[in-house]
Design a protein. Structure first.
Length: 376
């Protein structure tokens, strides 16, 4: 299939998802998914793909990864009962990153339902690329919430893919380490995980290059620790060779790409310097490989830039990014996008600490060395 040729794209969207709120002041805003959706709509992309509202994930589906006890807790906790049911914030939900907000379980059902649905459509051969911007919540653990994530939709989606496919590749371009997904598949060679993330005095603190998997999974966890200020050019100089090598040696039957948008320049919590084009290049690169692909959301805390980037990446999935007018079309949030009203996330002049001390070259060499050892 030529890279310009069309792909069947499934787009999962639940019109209710944007209404959930983590609470005043909390950086995670589900509303950004609605903003992305309005741009996708305004750019007339909806009639170019199959638009699906996923069946919400049931508690039972969630227990394919999470413990019964934890899912049962999420299914009954309310803002009023949280203090008691978390044993005063010592179990299930710890600290202010993961509040027990109104509608929490439904929100998790939408996020997980979309990723499971995406996996089912891909595995059935009904679509080539499936998109769920409400997914990508990579920190959630088997029996605990972490880093704004409660139910690990990614793990649930990958488990669904493993019913059909022998090998799945998971790639994570969120600024944070994809620890929950790595941990879930740390001892198996049926899933390779590869996370690019800021490392060093940064949440969640895991993801060194020495963490490579265990037992049968040894060598099948790949970590790319990065420093502040990485540019498009630097990012690509490690993403392309590492992912190309993985595709060559691992030959995954499907790829799940977590498109966390906190790796963009100007993100409220992130510290990288990627433009919309640098971020989207990862999507374009994987689309070119002609392997069944799932695109998920994740972090992203400067809402307008998240909306812009996920809309553009939806265009990339469709292969119509070159036809996109970078002057934004009218949409319900148009006024927010001033003063330029453009589909762009520009870089800034911060230092790229990855090139200053040659650490990026070392990280790339180490990763390629790890991958070379896989296939003797
Ligand atoms: C906030 O203002 O580094 C939560 C979280 C809530 C509102 C009111 C409470 C104020 C920033 C963050 C006190 C909040 C204290 N409110 C939060 C070690 C920490 C303990 C908790 O993109 N405090 C924990 C998690 C990270 C920590 C990042 C990224 C998710 C993803 C995928 C998760 N946690 C220090 C912080 C605020 C808040 C303001 C916050 N939390 C920033 N970084 C964290 O990878 C979706
Ligand atoms: Ca990451
Ligand atoms: Zn993040």
């Amino acid at each position: 299939m030529a890279s310009a040729s069309k792909r069947k794209v499934d787009y999962f969207h639940d019109p209710d998802v944007g209404a959930y709120t983590y609470g005043i002041g909390h950086p995670m805003k589900p509303h950004r998914i609605q903003v992305a959706h309005e741009l996708i709509t305004a750019y007339d992309m909806l009639d170019k793909m199959q638009v699906l509202r996923a069946k919400r994930a049931s508690a039972e589906q969630m227990t394919r990864f999470h413990t019964d006890e934890y899912v049962h807790f999420l299914n009954r906790v309310t803002p009023e009962t949280a203090e008691e049911l978390t044993y005063h914030g010592t179990r299930f939900l710890v600290g202010e990153d993961n509040p027990a907000f109104e509608g929490l379980f439904e929100f998790c059902s939408i996020s997980a339902g979309g990723s499971i649905g995406a996996a089912q459509r891909i595995a059935a051969g009904s679509s080539d690329i499936a998109v769920n911007w409400a997914g990508g919540l990579h920190h959630a653990k088997k029996r605990e919430a972490s880093g704004f994530c409660y139910i690990n939709d990614i793990v649930l989606g990958i488990l669904e893919l493993l019913r059909t496919y022998p090998r799945v590749l998971y790639i994570d371009i969120d600024c944070h380490h994809g620890d929950g997904v790595e941990e879930a598949f740390y001892t198996t060679d049926r899933v390779m995980t590869c996370s690019f993330h800021k490392f060093g005095e940064y949440f969640p603190g895991t993801g060194t290059q020495e963490d490579r998997g265990r037992g049968k999974g040894k060598g099948y966890a790949v970590n790319i620790p990065l420093k502040d200020g990485i540019t498009d050019e630097s990012y690509q100089s490690v993403f392309e060779p590492v992912i190309s090598k993985i595709l060559e040696v691992y030959r995954p039957s499907a790829v799940v790409l977590q498109c966390g948008a906190d790796s963009l320049s100007g993100d409220k919590l992130g510290c990288f310097n990627l433009t919309m084009y640098g971020h989207s290049h990862c999507v374009q690169f994987l689309r070119q490989q002609n392997v069944p692909l799932i695109l998920l959301g994740g972090g992203g805390y400067t809402v307008k830039n998240v909306g812009r980037t996920w809309a553009y990446e939806t265009a990339c999935a469709l292969g119509i990014e070159n036809e996109i007018d970078t002057n934004l079309p009218w949409n319900p949030y148009f006024e927010w996008f001033g003063p330029r009203y453009r589909l762009e996330v520009a870089g800034n002049n911060m230092d790229d600490l990855n090139v200053k001390d040659g650490s990026l070259d070392r990280v790339r060499i180490n990763a390629l060395e790890q991958l070379r050892e896989l296939n003797p």
